[in-house]
Design a protein around this ligand. Structure first.
Ligand code: NAD
Length: 246
């Protein structure tokens, strides 16, 4: 029996890419997974996949920017399963453009989903975790939140802020046995990076010591470790997982 048997895990941006990789990995270890995403069709498909594998899933078609909808979704999960043990703030978007051409909309939407979305989710879950006196929150940041990246002033800022959010919150809630961590992936093969021009992808790979793109499973492996009791003395840290890029 896995240590995640019957643990209740909420993953945002869970219908594809890294989020789906994380949700599937938790499900394979026996956890119940609540999938949050804006892509309703994919969401239902992925819920079906988990159920076909014998797992339990809830599909919640929610935009993490919609504070009221987020609150209702969290209440629904707690109503169905009696609680939430792990929250993975993974939903994220890019609107890459050199700063001089970046629009207010590019800035607001990226900060809105990547940073405020994680705030909304955490705000909705934290009181419950405090009462429960246990919980794990994993925020999916990025190496560019540590290094910066041309064309990503909005995205890199959102990811750097997530790291600061992680470290601050960890210090506030550690006494209640809630651990908060961030993961900073490098170049991971998903639909998000698929759309990059070939020369950009090649340049990322050349900078990666292991000379391959990471996979959602690589990221899921780290998320599961950090969420497990094996990591019970870890909190407030950011883990780079980039195949040796930075
Ligand atoms: P992706 O675009 O393949 O998947 C993102 C998912 O989030 C999609 O299913 C999308 O529908 C969902 N989503 C977007 N906006 C949402 C919203 N407002 N509310 C709810 N769901 C929403 O991206 P990915 O590559 O799997 O990235 C996942 C996370 O990992 C992101 O936070 C991203 O910034 C981060 N990350 C990715 C890489 C990479 O190389 N792919 C590297 C570092 C960090």
């Amino acid at each position: 029996m896995s240590e995640f048997s019957d643990k209740r895990v909420l993953v945002t941006g869970a219908s594809r890419g890294i989020g789906w990789g994380i949700a599937r990995a938790f499900s394979e270890e026996g956890a119940k997974v609540a999938l949050i995403d804006v892509n309703e069709e994919l969401l239902e498909e992925k819920k079906g996949e988990i159920e076909n594998m014998g797992g339990s899933a809830l599909a919640l078609n929610v935009d993490v920017c919609d504070r009221e909808a987020v609150k209702k979704a969290v209440e629904k999960v707690i109503e169905e399963w009696g609680g939430i043990d792990v929250l993975v703030n993974n939903a994220g978007i890019t609107r890459d453009r050199l700063f001089i051409r970046m629009t207010d909309g590019d800035w607001d939407s990226v900060i809105g989903v990547n940073l405020t979305g994680a705030y909304n989710m955490t705000k909705a879950v934290i009181n419950h975790m405090l009462r429960q006196r246990s919980g794990v929150i994993v925020n999916i940041s990025s190496v560019v939140g540590m290094t910066g990246n041309p064309g990503q002033a909005n995205y890199a800022s959102s990811k750097a802020a997530l790291i600061a959010f992680t470290k601050s919150l960890a210090k506030e809630v550690g006494s209640r046995n809630i651990r908060v961590m961030a993961i900073a992936p490098g170049f991971i093969a998903t639909e998000m990076t698929e759309k990059l021009p070939d020369d950009v992808k090649k340049a990322y790979l050349e900078r990666t010591a292991l000379r391959r793109a990471g996979t959602p499973q690589d990221i899921a492996n780290l998320v599961l470790f950090l969420s497990s009791d094996r990591a019970s003395f870890i909190t407030g840290q950011v883990y780079v997982i980039d195949g040796g890029m930075i």
